[in-house]
Design a protein around this ligand. Structure first.
Ligand SMILES: [Zn+2]
Length: 54
């Protein structure tokens, strides 16, 4: 039995949401500066955003 070839969809962009991008950028900036408190805060912010906006 021959399987019919399925069309391959291109992978979605890693972060399609601008708010996710903004939070990620801020998180990486805080991490780079060694600001662990701010980085933790951004992780919480991202968690809330993922929960309510996605
Ligand atoms: Zn988002």
């Amino acid at each position: 039995m021959a399987a019919s070839p399925m069309p391959q969809l291109p992978p979605p962009p890693p972060v399609p949401c601008t708010e996710c991008r903004r939070i990620k950028d801020a998180f990486h900036a805080a991490t780079r500066e060694g600001n662990r408190t701010a980085a933790q805060g951004w992780i919480v912010t991202m968690g809330r955003h993922q929960r309510w906006m996605h």
